[in-house]
Design a protein around this ligand. Structure first.
Ligand SMILES: [Zn+2]
Ligand SMILES: [Zn+2]
Length: 173
């Protein structure tokens, strides 16, 4: 995890021109900014934080940072709302223009400005878990009566595992 190097600042736009003010070859940054949006099944809520360093290796800038953002969604099994924090580590070279042909993942700094919010969306698309569970052993809802089986068992006779339930129906026919 990159260390905190600077005082936290607000704003999603990182201007490389002002960041590299002296003759440094490595600068730290720590930004928080509001990020609220809905993306697929998740709702971004509250603040995003991106902190890390940019290093100048003889003119090639390398972006190394951790981004962290809060999101809300619901448990796939019991539908309870859950809030999670997604943390993504990025370590990529910075490019000033979009190169459609390049396979390399880069951080775009158009006019020397990096849009950290854009990086957060990218991180979200690439690293959002496919499954959302309130807990690994969530028992889910009864497929017959809808009871939340985490809270109370129900009196339905069918087995709680939906795959077995399907099998039971098959044998009843
Ligand atoms: Zn659940
Ligand atoms: Zn039931």
């Amino acid at each position: 995890m990159p260390e905190r190097q600077n005082q936290p600042q607000n704003g999603a736009f990182l201007d490389l021109k002002t960041l590299f003010s002296q003759r440094e070859n490595k600068v730290g940054f720590d930004r928080t900014f509001p990020l609220t949006d809905s993306v697929d099944s998740v709702e971004l809520c509250g603040e995003a934080r991106v902190f890390g360093t940019i290093s100048d290796y003889s003119g090639v800038l390398q972006f190394q940072a951790e981004l962290s953002l809060d999101y809300q969604t619901q448990c796939d099994r019991c539908l309870k709302p859950i809030t999670r924090t997604l943390k993504v580590n990025l370590d990529r070279p910075i490019t000033k223009t979009v190169d459609e042909d390049s396979e390399e993942e880069t951080v775009l700094a158009e006019n020397d400005v990096i849009d950290l919010a854009l990086l957060c969306y990218e991180g979200l698309y690439e690293h959002l878990p496919l499954k959302h569970l309130c807990s690994e052993d969530c028992r889910g809802l009864c497929p017959y009566c809808g009871t939340d089986l985490n809270e109370a068992p129900c009196s339905c006779k069918a087995p709680p595992d939906p795959r077995l339930a399907g099998l039971a129906e098959f044998f009843h026919e």
